[in-house]
Design a protein. Sequence first.
Length: 317
Amino acid sequence: DPAPLLQVIRPEPCGVCGSRIRFGKAAVKCRQCQLLLHPKCQEQCPSPCAPRPRHHAWPSEGVLADFAPATPPLVPALVVQCVTEVETRGLTETGLYRVPGAEQLVREWKRRLLRAGGALPALCSVADIHVVCGVLKDFLRGLKEPLVTFSLHPAFLRAAGEWGSRGGGREGAALPLTLLHGATTDIPDDAACGTALRHMVSKLPPANRDTLAFLMLHLLRVSHSPDCKMDVLNLSRVFGPTLVGHSSANPTPLAIMEDTPRQCKVRGFLRCGLCPGHCQHPHPPSLPAQVVARLLSLPPSFWRGFLGTEQENLVPM
């Protein structure tokens, strides 16, 4: 429902192309949803539009729930759009998520998407798919709390089976697991580790849980693309600090040191089935990376269960 031409006083991004509409230039604003457009972009405006509050821009920072939609699956539109773009034209790109995009473009497109709120500008105009990957990673890193929340962070590390050397257990022994209720038990094998991880995932806030499920399915598809050359080990190294992070927003030097990889933990990592034969990795993955590797070892059907039938509307088949 476009209104007559307006003159822009404060520069804002176009809701279709994402380019900034500069001061004094003409623009068109929808009376119903307040979407601002270049006059030339009016024909490309999605129809019909949905009414939105006048102040619909997302905050510059917040927890994941601040960006999630009101109805399930609770995956922020920014995450959905970035993943959709990557799966549309990035699954043949070598080093996906490992190769950095231009920092200036990453910052600019993240700013555009956050300011646009629910009506996101199209990412097809971003020539370098690594910039889109960078926007997704930067958005996740910029949250006040990672997807694995601070309160559940220690439990995820224990559920991943990597608590033994920090908790005093000897190498090769059964690793202790402290669950939410404080009970301590042993993790004798991978099946028990998987059960514990499923329990931890179910305790996450709904938006964190749904978004984690959505990202796990996406990363599994990336790992299965031979052109990307990004197996589970590579992806877990990239996304471990982003999705798991530390146990607080400002970790102490001791907390950072405890999450630093040690050679003695390679054997524990081998139980994930990531390294065939004898592992010769000179730099073992960090504890957050090991958690992501464990999460990626869970069956896709487990993750799909959180997204339900709506998952088909999130990413094109």
